[in-house]
Write a protein that binds this ligand. Structure first.
Ligand SMILES: C[S@@+](CC[C@H](N)C(=O)[O-])C[C@H]1O[C@@H](n2cnc3c(N)ncnc32)[C@H](O)[C@@H]1O
Length: 367
């Protein structure tokens, strides 16, 4: 390989290459599952030092026994969060500039030489910002081993692999038989499917209420959502209703604001003009508000509800006198609603959920 930025390259003695004395494995796991992955590794390798690297989803394991035996154990054990396992034998600090390509090449030459008769490849996993690409590293490091076409390069099924694992300013390298690179099946994956992460914890409350109270909406239903921001409930409602009117002076999450069947009224409930917003099949209220006042607003909205409409209200415990808050809210709600059920659900924290139907008297007075 042509010397890169020759004038700036420090002598090898300045490279701070450290040949690792203990057997060392770099292990990846899904981000957010590092704790579980560390526990799995400690169970399989008692006595090993198991630490997370500062870039999420990466763990370093060091131990005194032979790496081959440890790899066999990891390979044979049913694991949940372990993805890739890569043995490494060398570590060096690096910088972001292209001059580090040649330094990595020089350092790679210190690894045990590749068997020139067995096929070979360089695999690079680069995390961070550098002025070189992963491909640049592959080419530079491969030049430390390949001479006159030997060992033969095989990118599909190599017999030996030089792994280069870069974590911004730290580079690990390992030369291994290909079978020593473990690729395990992930049994525990993301907590949420892509796009399924809740907008807010509140979203789970409404999903629970819908399940628990077996709420159903008629075809083409309209829902009114009071205290909607950031939009967890609105998103759930938008899955069930033809149209959702979301009322909150606060902003909705853009994933909700952009839904075609959501209209956001950027105001307080007290400022609504009932004559302007039509009628609804479902009213929900998650406003941060003293429960009695919140219940009064539920009654003010009752004339907007269709026959048989259901209403859901979170009774917020604004003080420690929880039962007083429930009692006072119910006393107001009973003026307009019947069949009121109050249930504390797992995602309720300092609050409880009331589900009710428009009472017949209120129905007669409305619509
Ligand atoms: C707990 S958050 C609602 C969370 C929402 N249900 C969700 O799933 O993302 C309470 C909301 O009530 C709103 N709020 C408080 N007083 C209000 C009022 N008078 N009118 C409308 N919204 C109000 C707040 O702005 C706040 O966004």
């Amino acid at each position: 390989m042509q010397a890169l930025c020759e004038a700036k390259i420090p002598p090898m003695t300045d490279l701070h290459v450290e040949m690792l004395k203990r057997s060392t494995l770099l292990v990846t796991c899904p981000r957010g599952w590092e704790r579980e992955a560390r526990q799995e590794l400690r169970r399989m390798l008692p006595g090993a030092t198991v630490e997370s690297l500062y870039i999420g989803g990466n763990i370093i394991v060091q131990f005194d026994e032979d790496a081959g035996e440890a790899l066999r154990r990891i390979s044979d054990t049913k694991t949940w969060t372990i993805a890739h396992v890569t043995p490494v034998q060398m570590r060096m600090p690096i910088g972001p500039g292209r001059e580090w390509l040649e330094r990595m090449q020089q350092a790679a030459a210190r690894l045990g030489a590749a068997d020139t008769e067995r096929s070979f490849m360089v695999a690079v996993d680069r995390r961070g910002d550098h002025h070189f690409s992963s491909h640049d590293v592959v080419m530079a490091v491969a030049d430390a081993f390949v001479e006159g076409g030997k060992p033969p390069v095989d990118l599909e099924t190599p017999e030996q692999v030089c792994s280069v694992e870069i974590f911004q300013d730290l580079c690990y390298m390992g030369m291994n038989p290909a079978e020593h690179l473990l690729r395990k099946e992930l049994r525990r994956m993301r907590l949420w499917a892509p796009g399924g992460r809740p907008i807010s914890r509140a979203e789970l409350k409404l999903r629970e209420a819908i399940r628990q109270f077996e709420l159903e909406l008629p075809e083409g239903a309209r829902a009114l959502d009071l205290g909607a921001a950031p939009g967890g409930w609105t998103r759930v409602l938008a899955e069930h209703a033809a149209e959702v009117v979301a009322v909150d002076p606060g902003d909705l999450d853009e994933r909700v604001e952009s839904l075609p069947n959501v209209t956001h009224l950027h105001c307080r409930t007290e400022e609504l003009d009932p004559a302007q917003i039509g009628h609804f099949d479902l009213l929900v209220n998650d406003m941060n508000m003293e429960p009695q006042r919140s219940a009064e607003l539920m009654c003010e909205m009752a004339p907007l509800l269709q026959h048989g409409a259901v209403a859901v209200m979170t009774i917020k415990f604004t003080t420690r006198q929880r039962s007083r808050h429930v009692r006072e809210a119910l006393a107001v709600l009973e003026r307009c609603y019947g069949e009121i059920e109050v249930l504390r659900m797992p995602h309720n924290a300092k609050e409880t959920t009331a589900v009710m139907r428009l009472s017949e008297e209120a129905q007669d007075a409305s619509v």
